[in-house]
Design a protein around this ligand. Structure first.
Ligand SMILES: [Zn+2]
Length: 223
């Protein structure tokens, strides 16, 4: 089962927010916008590429979960922005994926700190590297680290890579960009996440020159 791969509902006329789709509501109050905290942390192009670099012992199921997460975002973006914003998985198709891909998902046995399952490393322009770990820190008391959970972590980190911050009601929110999942329920790739993407990529939806996102947080009540 893949609860996040919800098919988009009927399209509606584009609202002021720019996303032309309906995804489930979540209990997010608002979404932080990463470029507000890290200037330069936004994309000036909309056809983004992503490549997965996995450690040699990654299993087929784990890899599928990561690639499925990329496909889930790509499908949502294509549904909601009529193909204007895309996230193409170029794994295995480029001579140098590090150079070819905007975002590299590093699937590693262990990564950095003690309590996270994933981490987006952000530079001057965007978040080109994402770490997703295959072995959970013991503190999370969740064993084994299921492919489904790896997929969720990847979706969350890709949300960061696209420019979304966390929900303002972080701990209680089961929105994809909250921390309430998996304890309070499965994560929800929500209408608010996609409208948050529209907020971040407003320059592209307006058809203008690239410019940084406006001041957030993006209020989910605007959906
Ligand atoms: Zn996060």
């Amino acid at each position: 089962m893949w609860p996040l791969a919800a098919t988009a509902g009927p399209r509606t006329a584009s609202g002021s927010n720019g996303a032309t789709c309906h995804y489930p509501e979540s209990n997010a109050d608002a979404l932080e916008i990463l470029s507000n905290y890290y200037p330069g942390y936004w994309w000036d192009h909309t056809h983004l590429t992503v490549a997965v670099q996995a450690h040699p012992k990654a299993t087929r199921k784990q890899l599928r979960a990561i690639h499925d997460a990329i496909a889930t975002w790509d499908e949502a973006l294509r549904n909601c922005f009529d193909g204007l914003i895309t996230l193409t998985d170029v794994t295995g198709s480029m001579p140098s994926e590090h150079r070819a891909a905007d975002i590299v998902v590093h699937f590693v046995p262990h990564a950095g700190g003690v309590v996270f399952g994933g981490y987006a490393i952000c530079g001057d322009h965007g978040c080109p590297n994402i770490l997703v770990r295959s072995d959970l820190p013991p503190s999370l008391d969740r064993d084994p680290y299921s492919p489904e959970y790896i997929g969720w972590v990847t979706l969350h980190e890709l949300g960061h890579a696209l420019g979304l911050g966390h929900t303002t009601n972080l701990l209680e929110s089961t929105d994809l960009m909250g921390y309430g999942w998996p304890d309070l329920g499965d994560p929800v790739l929500s209408d608010c996440d996609l409208n948050g993407i529209a907020f971040v990529f407003a320059w592209a939806l307006e058809g203008g020159e690239p410019h940084p996102p406006a001041e957030g947080p993006y209020d989910c009540a605007l959906d």
